[in-house]
Ligand binder design. Sequence first.
Ligand code: SAH
Length: 250
Amino acid sequence: MYRFFISRESIDEAAGTIQIQGEDVGHIHSVLRMKPGEEVLLCTGMEGDQTDYLCRIEGYSDGAVLTKIVSKNRSQQELPSRLYLFQGLPKADKLESIIQKSVELGVYRIVPTLMKRCVVKPDTKKIAKKTARWNAIALAAAKQSKRGIVPEVTEPVSFLEALELTRSLDHVVVPYENSDGIEHTRVVLSSVKPGESCGIFIGPEGGFDENEINMLRDIGGAIVTLGHRILRTETAGPAVLAALMLHLEE
Ligand code: SAH
């Protein structure tokens, strides 16, 4: 069943109706050629509102799709824990594929993080445009993977700002290329429980600076290995998300 994200304002709970507006209207009408009577799944995708509305298409009017709410349920599409990916800003457009894979794997929020060995320094003039593009990629991936929310990609933060953000998290996991002991990794990942939040720090192509690892350890980060092989920065984040998803999915 097709799933579309709608704004909270387009829901009229009293009347039991929802209007789909914007670019999805053309897709529904002209590409999918959906007819009155057919059903769609609608959700706001907003943090904290994981309601799936099963709706029946009633018709088209004024550039909107008019639908009637048939039923509403708590979205089954989300992991029971909030996984934050603090991704060391990678070169070129690698972040775009990291965003796409991470959204498919259930990430809650992606925080591009400036680390010592990052090669690229974001151009402040282009940040807003880049961040908007990153969030458009997250929206497309959320639609394709039928997420109950649209994970946010924040503007890049400094390493110290990222450390500050971890204060509100229950767990911080730091895959570090120079660590070992896969059993410790298993213990750390399985300690993340439903309802908890977990930050995951991934270094850029050049890896972590020793000082960054010390600071992450100081704030209680668990330094873990992801095995004997060296993963690319664009592989490591999705690998950890997949391991956590396997452990957390209900
Ligand atoms: N330049 C480094 C690799 C950096 S890989 C080197 O060649 O040694 C980018 C990031 O992926 C690392 O900083 C780490 O966060 C993660 N990573 C890659 N392989 C890993 C492994 N085997 N164990 C733990 N983390 C790993």
